[in-house]
Design a protein around this ligand. Structure first.
Ligand SMILES: *Cc1c(COP(=O)(O)O)cnc(C)c1O
Length: 373
């Protein structure tokens, strides 16, 4: 079985991106928070490893804004969606600000100093900015205790227009009591800032876990990342999402190892019986994490789960296919996603590797070609 066009060099490891699934998940976000709430699609880190070009093309016109980590990523988004508003989630370096102003990206403001620097660069046409308020994340934003005084100073700057008010939730997937109280505090601060003269700000605070757990407190816009890619940080929402990425590799060698033979570095696994072993064209350099070694990781071949044996190496892993008749060199192997009736979700790889789905997605390497379905 070889699905690859003989006219191109064969793919060894690749990720298929399902645009329809992306739009399905965006619709699930919309249904959750209501049609009146805007969606910022968070496409930082190469759209969580899915390929920013494919993802922006699939969602442009469906979402109201894109969110990225920095100005380089913002420029990339613009290349694929010329008119889309782009929000920059984190603080810029001083030398990045001129480009942000020139391109009219929307920065999050965490200090009066930052606001002054942007205002000085903006010139006659005021720059739209969002004030970020630190209501518990401890990473960026104005401290709550200083926000009113800071907002007064920033409102007086002629080069800026405050068009949004934002905060971020640190525990929306693990502490509902804190999150509920934090959301109430944030919305109270927003009310004070409105009274100060910030007219009709776009208010946004919720990441995926917030969207799922606290849809009524969303404000005017949500910042959806992980869930857009089909992975729910709160399990109750998982049935409403579809995986966007199917991560595939191929079987490069098929042998029978004798009983008592070591498999891979460290010889941490030794065959007990003669074992049909398949060598696969993926390793930790592709983002198949070395932490998956000896942790019960499985891959899908012929629609069946097959155990990964021994350590993950840089470019190759070995799977046990003893139970599978009819396996051949060249067969497609699914590392993450669905094959037949079986599915390996990102959360499964994350749990076995001792990390989170966000890191599984963003760790998928450059050698893995992203292809549109
Ligand atoms: C990355 C990020 C998000 C998206 O978070 P998910 O949990 O992936 O939905 C939202 N807001 C900010 C500030 C972020 O940095």
């Amino acid at each position: 079985m070889n699905p690859i066009s003989p006219t191109s060099i064969a793919r060894r490891t690749w990720a298929e991106i399902d645009s329809a699934a992306l739009r399905h998940n965006a619709a699930a976000v919309r249904a959750q928070v209501g049609a009146g709430v805007q969606i910022m699609a968070v496409v930082k880190a190469n759209a969580y490893g899915h390929g920013v070009g494919l993802v922006v093309a699939a969602l442009a016109g469906t979402v109201e804004m894109f969110g990225v980590a920095n100005v380089r990523e913002a420029v990339e988004v613009r290349e694929h969606a010329a008119d889309a508003p782009v929000f920059i989630l984190g603080p810029a370096l001083p030398e990045e600000r001129a480009e942000i102003v020139a391109q009219r990206f929307v920065p999050a403001i965490s200090s009066v100093g930052e606001a002054r620097a942007y205002a000085a660069l903006a010139g006659a046409e005021p720059l739209a900015v969002h004030l970020k308020i630190d209501t518990g994340m401890g990473r960026t934003g104005l401290w709550e205790s200083e926000v009113i005084a800071a907002a007064r100073e920033i409102l007086a700057l002629r080069g800026l227009r405050i068009t949004g008010l934002a905060s971020h939730l640190p525990v929306a997937d693990e502490d509902d009591v804190f999150t509920r109280e934090q959301l109430a505090r944030f919305h109270a601060t927003v009310a004070e800032l409105r009274a100060l003269g910030i007219a009709q700000p776009v208010v946004h605070v919720e990441n995926s876990a917030g969207i799922i757990g606290f849809p009524a407190q969303a404000g005017d816009m949500v910042r959806a990342g992980l869930m857009l890619y089909g992975s729910a940080p709160r399990a109750e929402f998982q049935p409403r999402l579809r995986a966007v990425m199917t991560w595939k590799t191929r079987l490069t060698l098929l042998r029978t190892a004798p009983a008592g033979h070591g498999i891979s570095y460290g010889r941490t696994f030794k065959t007990v019986h003669p074992t049909r072993v398949a060598t696969l064209a993926v390793g930790y350099a592709d983002g198949y994490q070395r932490h998956l070694s000896g942790r019960g990781a499985e891959v899908l071949i012929g629609g069946r789960r097959c155990p990964v044996l021994g350590r993950v190496t840089m470019d190759q892993i070995v799977a046990d296919v003893t139970a599978l008749p009819g396996v051949e060199v060249g067969d497609e192997v699914v590392l993450m996603g669905r094959q037949g009736a079986e599915e390996i979700p990102a959360a499964e790889l994350a749990e076995k590797a001792g990390t989170i789905a966000w890191e599984i997605f963003t760790g998928i390497g450059r050698r893995v070609e992203r292809v549109s379905l």
